[in-house]
Design a protein around this ligand. Structure first.
Ligand code: ATP
Length: 264
């Protein structure tokens, strides 16, 4: 197990957003965390990445505890993420946005930076080379000099992913990475997720509502509902699990529920 989360608990006032959740992620796997709206999925990512501190429970990653670490320290430990709502510097170029992701890996002091020493220039060149490599890897070749805000939505998601990869993670957490994409963009995004695992060896975890993506790409699925884990297993097992079907259909019958829940 690359990531082992045990009995994680987080409440906001009276809302128990994450209740006693235990999840393990195997190294080199592609898995998904699914569940109806408000199930606690994003809160779970926020706990993993140090944005929130759990009330109880343990988070062990790559042989060490992440409890008490700040988001930047979690990133240095080897976990990168993207957000549900795209967070890019719109007035910076695509390449510059990707370069931002490498900053936590730089070992250069302020005097070197201010004086633009040879060491600084060498580092800058390495950062640019790496960003160019990731630009190509993410399918953005030829778009490096464009302003990020001018690119279509699907490309902006790719920039976010490339920026996350620039920190050399062992694990990447993608929060609804295909939200708002059309079926063709989603299919292309799935190829990129597979490439991240197959070519870079990075473990991938998605929060995803689109069941075609979830069932098409996941080797393992964990299901949350009302903050609790209600099921885990292969796509086939999850599809056939009555508790999962009930969680989705029950919510829909009440007028809420997940988007794109057709396959559940
Ligand atoms: P979605 O699929 O809609 O993104 P989710 O499964 O990611 O939902 P969360 O966003 O984790 O669910 O929310 C879980 C519960 O915790 C919800 O009831 C939400 O309103 C609540 N919640 C999340 N963050 C906070 C916060 N900062 N303060 C108060 N309540 C919160």
């Amino acid at each position: 197990m690359l990531l082992k989360v045990n009995n994680l608990v987080k409440s906001f006032g009276g809302i128990r957003a994450v209740r006693d959740v235990t999840i393990g992620i195997s190294e080199g796997s592609i898995s998904s965390i699914i569940g109806p709206n408000g199930a606690g999925k994003t809160t779970f990512f926020n706990l993993l990445t140090g944005i929130y501190k759990p009330d109880q429970g343990s988070i062990d990653f790559n042989g060490r505890s992440l409890i008490g670490l700040r988001p930047d320290q979690v990133n240095k430990a080897g976990i990168a993420r993207t957000f549900q709502s795209i967070r890019l510097f719109g007035n910076m170029t695509v390449l510059e946005n990707i370069m931002v992701g490498t900053h936590s890996r730089l070992h250069i002091s302020l005097p070197h930076t201010l004086l633009r020493t040879r060491r600084f220039k060498e580092q800058e060149r390495l950062v640019q080379e790496k960003a160019s490599m990731l630009l190509k890897f993410a399918g953005l070749s030829g778009k490096g000099d464009e302003l990020s805000k001018n690119l279509p939505y699907g490309d902006q998601r790719r920039i976010e992913i490339a920026r996350a990869l620039a920190s050399d993670p062992k694990l990447i957490l993608l929060d609804e990475p295909t939200a708002g994409m059309n079926p063709q963009e989603s299919a292309e995004a799935m190829s990129l997720f597979r490439k991240i695992r197959d070519e870079l060896g990075i473990t991938v975890v998605l929060i995803e509502h689109d069941m075609r993506v979830v069932m098409g790409i996941s080797e393992h699925i964990d299901v949350l509902d009302y903050g609790q884990k209600i099921a885990e297993g292969t796509p086939e097992e999850i599809r056939a699990n009555p508790r999962v079907v009930e969680a989705y259909l029950g919510r829909r019958a009440m007028g809420g529920g997940a988007n794109n829940d057709s396959a559940a």
